[in-house]
Design a protein around this ligand. Structure first.
Ligand code: KG4
Ligand code: ZN
Length: 355
């Protein structure tokens, strides 16, 4: 648990923090109450449009921004209903889609100004790193090794202490979630692909339709998923039957899921060995996958470490994790300037954006 937090006359200060998330196609707002010892989620609202993204083959910035503009005030009003007191407001300032981030940041600043609250520009990836802990109502433990596996990122981050983070592994091509999404599309399944593959894989068997495990056993820290995608493409070009409903598609999904899980677990195990960390955390949409969670659990156990994954509902993008980092910043007395801009490429290792 992190130490500190402001106190008045020996009493622990309670902070009510609103978090806003608009970095991608989710529009979300959440309110948490926190003090130095932990926090709890009071309310949250989230809207997403996967069908629209799927129908148009991905994210359309104009539509995404319009959704944020239309829904963010409504969702925030619902979250703040009957919750008059507000000490701080935080909004995701990066990484993400610049125009989408701008909506949340401008809205967050205006609200903080109107409510005389502190304002905090929050790193989306730091939110993910917090999520396994704050979903259990506590502040992060240090040191730990954090795997973020989402649609946009696959990162292994070493966190020796609060506020210090070093990237020890990243993907050389596709993110793990992106690999799930692309493999699902090849197999004729819907978007987002991860849950579709997981469902289909339940009826399949690993090893029936072999696929490679890129970089497995490599002494380097990075991930790569393009070899897996290319192998799957070649396979499907030769044998289109695999993309039709049936047991062979289930076998393909079971194999693809196992391949991604094994690659993630292998790199985590190597990083645990290199760093000597005894706590591995995982976050991001892919951490919702049970095969991935099991593989990571085994990798951690083999290195004498524990695995901490987010509680159900905290894996994918949400505003509660942004509200939690906001509350932590407020307790640490670290407000952002009103001039703070979005940083679409904000690295997870730098605490301030633009740094
Ligand atoms: O963290 P997230 O909600 O958004 C980003 O920041 O990208 O992650 C979304 C990604 C998608 O690629 C989706 O296919 C994947 O997480 N995902 C899963 C599962 N649920 C979501 N992948 C594998 N298995 C799942 N159950
Ligand atoms: Zn995310």
């Amino acid at each position: 648990m992190e130490s500190g937090g402001p106190t008045h006359g020996g009493q622990s200060v309670i902070v009510r923090a609103l978090g806003i998330e608009t970095s991608c196609d989710e529009t979300a707002a959440a309110l948490v109450e926190a003090d130095a010892s932990g926090l709890r989620l009071i309310a949250q609202q989230l809207a997403t449009r996967p069908e629209e993204s799927a129908a148009l083959g991905g994210i359309v910035p104009e539509l995404t921004v319009r959704q944020h503009l239309e829904l963010l005030p409504k969702l925030t009003r619902t979250v703040l209903e009957q919750n008059a007191a507000l000490d701080s407001v935080g909004a995701t300032a990066g990484p993400g889609l610049a125009p989408a981030l701008l909506v949340g940041l401008a809205f967050g600043k205006s609200l903080a100004w109107a409510r005389s609250s502190s304002f905090h520009a929050i790193n989306h990836l730091e939110g993910h790193i917090f999520s396994p802990f704050v979903s259990r109502e506590r502040w992060p433990d240090y040191p730990h090794l954090a795997l973020i596996a989402s649609g946009g990122h696959t990162l292994l981050v070493d966190a020796p202490e609060a506020g210090r983070r070093t990237v020890v592994g990243t993907t050389r091509d596709d993110a793990a979630g992106e690999a799930f999404d692309k493999l699902a599309r090849m197999a004729g399944l819907g978007y987002p692909g991860g849950p579709e593959i997981e469902k289909e894989a339940a009826a399949g068997e690993v090893g029936k339709i072999p696929l490679p495990r890129p970089m497995k056993g490599s002494p380097e820290g990075d991930f790569s998923f393009s070899g897996l995608k290319n192998a799957a493409r070649l396979l499907l070009e030769k044998d289109a039957e695999i993309a039709r409903p049936g047991v062979r598609r289930a076998h393909f999904c079971a194999e693809a899921q196992a391949a991604i899980a094994e690659c993630l677990a292998d790199r985590c195990r190597a990083a645990l060995r290199r760093t000597g960390r005894k706590l591995l955390t995982v976050s991001g949409g892919v951490s919702a996958n049970r095969t991935v969670a099991r593989a990571l659990e085994e990798a951690a156990r083999a290195e004498g470490a524990a695995l901490l994954a987010p509680a159900a509902g905290w894996n994918t993008d949400n505003a509660a994790m942004i509200a939690a980092v906001t509350a932590r910043r407020h307790l640490d007395g670290m407000a952002s300037d009103w001039e703070t801009d979005v940083d679409p490429r904000w690295a997870v290792g730098s605490v301030q954006n633009g740094a």
